[in-house]
Design a protein. Structure first.
Length: 488
């Protein structure tokens, strides 16, 4: 029987608080500054412009590019159809997903170590800097984290289930969750070896191992066609730099924090504890991604964002140890310890929190440059995009470009089943430019720009230098708009 602590919430109320408080807390963090001052960066612009296409157009595009995000694009297409395009529709699914993940880690902590650990883990998740970045991101990584959290909660419940109980419906649900996560990002399958370590640590029985293996094999089999097909589009990740020691600093710090949380929980072999669940979930995906990156550069923290679930659980374990360390003669201090630490963490991380919610937290802003085009453009002007991917600003915000001539474009992105469209050959682009008096060039700001590599982009730059003069040049939020006028 759970004893009552004077000054604390009654025991019967604690499970309700553990479930609800982390959800409300995470929702508050997610809704705070959700629009990021009406800014959208290039990755989110890809979601926005693809979600605005028809299902047939999306399906055709996936055959050429971004197959790995196909399920997410179809999901966002449905939301855009129902609620309309906008930053709230774009980002709210991520906010709700992280709130659901916070509830799951809170329930895991509560089930294994009590309400203080559960509440601490649930509050910690939304405060982690990496989570705060993707909490307000129109991409699939937060949804993957939610699915991974729910699958971990199911695993904990199934491992602790009494023998003889009918468990196959929940094992089926577990396998389906792992599969859905893999269809959103197949690197989420790295959660499976983390779960295997947990089963090994707790000395799971043969029946549990067999059911887990069957569910996991079904998920891998279901995701295998996507994995094989998307490998043919691997040029999409060719920009990721090779792994360096400098890139290992962040994971090293996370593992050190996780090790402290595991020490606080003091896991015993054969027992299902918070550390037995959280430590593998933190360590195994990070280490596995490092190993994969030695073969092909793939090391980006967002690919294993779900590993932050393990870190949150371990932080919760450390907070639980702090509660237990407080003398029983100070019951009110024990009850307020976790909320007080969370409040101090909010204040300590305030610069990070404000930074993540500012447009400068992303490399660029496609909406800001669209506003600049609206101010500078005149009907009949030509517009050029260097590289062609910067056409995303016209796809997300077409109004300012309606009276401008995209002289390089031969086939629209939707018609060509691509993200950026098909451009004409360099000679035709050059000829089209020479028929114009004014040209607006949309490109990257100096701080993030790279020298043109495509022949078309080189031809654009050469024609402008030879026959045009710069009359206005503006850089803002990672993008640049330059107005060129024809000489003579």
């Amino acid at each position: 029987m759970t004893s009552h602590i004077p000054g604390a919430a009654p025991a019967r109320h604690r499970p309700f608080l553990v479930r609800v408080v982390p959800v409300l807390w995470t929702l508050a963090l997610g809704l705070w500054g959700l629009s990021r001052q009406d800014s959208v960066w290039r990755d989110e612009a890809a979601t926005w412009q693809v979600a605005g296409r028809s299902v047939g157009e999306i399906w055709a595009m996936l055959g050429n590019v971004d197959a790995v995000h196909g399920l997410y694009y179809l999901f966002m297409h449905g939301l855009f159809e129902v609620f309309g395009a906008g930053t709230t529709t774009l980002r709210l699914p991520s906010v709700l997903a992280v709130a659901a993940a916070a509830a799951c880690v809170a329930l895991i902590g509560n089930r294994l170590s009590g309400p203080a650990v559960g509440l601490g883990a649930g509050l910690a998740l939304g405060l982690l800097p990496a989570v705060q970045f993707y909490l307000q991101e129109g991409r699939p990584y937060a949804l993957v984290a939610a699915g991974a959290a729910l699958s971990a909660l199911l695993l904990v419940a199934l491992v602790g289930e009494a023998p003889g109980r009918r468990t196959w419906p929940r094992w089926t649900a577990y396998g389906l969750l792992v599969l859905v996560c893999a269809l959103l990002n197949w690197l989420s399958l790295l959660a499976l070896p983390a779960h295997a370590v947990t089963l090994w640590w707790v000395r799971a029985g043969r029946g549990v191992w067999l059911r887990w293996a069957a569910a996991g094999a079904g998920a891998v089999t279901g995701a295998l066609p996507l994995i094989l097909f998307s490998r043919g589009q691997s040029e999409q990740v060719s920009w990721i730099p090779p792994l360096t020691w400098h890139m290992m600093i962040g994971p090293g710090i996370l593992l050190a924090v996780g090790a402290f949380g595991a020490w606080a929980d003091r896991p015993a072999r054969g027992r299902l504890t918070v550390a037995a669940v959280g430590l593998p979930l933190l360590v195994v995906p990070q280490v596995a991604l490092i190993g994969l990156s030695l073969v092909q550069p793939l090391f980006l923290d967002r690919y294993v964002l779900f590993s932050m679930l393990g870190l949150a659980l371990l932080i919760g374990a450390a907070l639980g140890a702090g509660v237990r360390a407080l003398t029983p003669r100070l019951p009110r201090a024990r009850a307020l310890f976790v909320p007080a630490v969370a409040g101090v963490a909010v204040l300590a991380l305030l610069p990070v929190e404000l930074g993540k919610r500012a447009p400068a937290s992303r490399v660029d802003d496609v909406l800001a440059v669209a506003g600049e085009v609206a101010r500078l453009g005149r009907p009949g002007d030509a517009v050029l995009f260097v590289p062609a991917a910067r056409r995303d600003t016209a796809l997300v915000s077409p109004g300012p470009f309606r009276d401008l001539a995209d002289v390089a474009l031969a086939e629209s992105p939707a018609a060509s089943a691509t993200l950026k469209g098909e451009e004409a050959d360099p000679s035709r682009i050059r000829a089209a430019l020479l028929e114009r008096r004014r040209v607006l060039l949309v490109t990257d700001a100096d701080a993030v720009a790279r020298p043109p590599s495509a022949e078309r982009d080189k031809a654009k730059a050469a024609a402008l230098r030879e026959h045009f003069t710069v009359v206005e040049d503006h850089q803002l939020r990672g993008r640049r708009v330059t107005v060129w006028e024809r000489r003579g």
